[in-house]
Design a protein around this ligand. Sequence first.
Ligand SMILES: *Cc1c(COP(=O)(O)O)cnc(C)c1O
Length: 465
Amino acid sequence: MDYISTRGSAPTLDFRAATLAGLASDGGLYVPARWPRLSADEIRALAGPDYVETAVRVMAPFVAGSLSEDELRTLCRAAYGRFGHDAVTPLVQLDHRHWLLELFHGPTLAFKDVALQLLGQLFETFLAGGGTDITIVGATSGDTGSAAIEAVAGREHIRIFMLHPEGRVSDVQRRQMTTVLAPNVHNIAIDGSFDDAQAMVKRLFGDAEVRGALTLSAVNSINWARLMAQVVYYFYAAVRLGAPDREIAFSVPTGNFGDVFAGYVAAQMGLPVAKLVVATNVNDILHRALTSGDYSAGSVTPTATPSMDIQVSSNFERLLFDLSGRDGGAIAAMMSEFDTTRAMTIPADMRSGASGLFASARIDGDAMALALRWAQEHGGQIIDPHSAVGLAAARGLDIDPAVPVVTLATAHPAKFRDAVERATGVRPPLPPRLGNLFDREERYERLPGDYDAVKAHILAEAARG
Ligand SMILES: *Cc1c(COP(=O)(O)O)cnc(C)c1O
């Protein structure tokens, strides 16, 4: 499979190179040159196989030319063998039409494990014997950092430096990062905010001295391989509810538009998706963009769903690329306008191209808490606040009652137990496999919010091996 940039002027790459590159050199994002299709019979045949085999069949066309099916199978077994449920992403029924797709059975209790566990395997495979070691640098406000660290801990040819704002991530989130003691893992607590940490990471990527010493890489959701891994569970869930002979709707708690874009890819591949609901919290740039065309960034309002507290959704560019008829020049012009003014209008013809498949909803804190209690009282489930945003949007959806509606449950409730306890009175316990998290040794460096100190620390640690 060839990969092309959404901005039309970066070189075409194969899957291996697109995975290692992350961002395209013209500032765009890589997408497959065409969407592969599965026939109705091929989709029907997914009803029997387990998660790993489903993953191989769904992802094989995307990795063709870089990995054989057997190689892909080996990587999927290693990635999904670490999940705490044999179904990997089990479905749970809430009432006669609503279902939860539990994506949080990975090592760090958030759906990001589904993609990052595979990405860690892919990086190691593609770097083996190549003579290059990569250095992953990132900033996290919680979920991404721990999932990325778990994905690369102990791997050869990769080291990771993860910055977090000291005192501003939860104890569970911090310990999920700092108790990983593998020598290639470096946690740094910055005296400052998440934005300060993020700004330092951006500066490191642009720093000639750093780039001369290290091959830097990022693991955020602009990496195509992450989205590809997420396409799998849409198929896995839908065939269990009757696809391809029945349409299924999905509601997706959305931040960076990665997870819901994977649902769009599944639909392009032939899965009968009745609706994709983009569920946002009060940080609603995507809801505004899809309903009125107003894609303008404001400032972030902190909520009980921090993983959805975003200003801009980087993966939205991938959808715009398709809606423009894959016109890279047009997307480059739109994005450069957005970069200068922090605002753009999505033209009506592009919006109407999205309106058949997509719906959207803005869910405030009260509606989120109400959905949390509804799941508890009617479905017998304690869910997390992000999943509750998705469920609130799903329950507001106006479509044929014969269509099953699947809400993606993106985090385990124990990860956000203060907010869950406030809404339900129940304090969800950590699953047993994480039970001793609070007894484990922690290791991390505390540094002032000073770029030169952070840079010097990273260069010195990297030079030690
Ligand atoms: C990252 C995250 C999201 C948002 O997913 P996107 O792919 O960025 O839209 C939602 N919920 C949780 C718990 C997350 O960690």
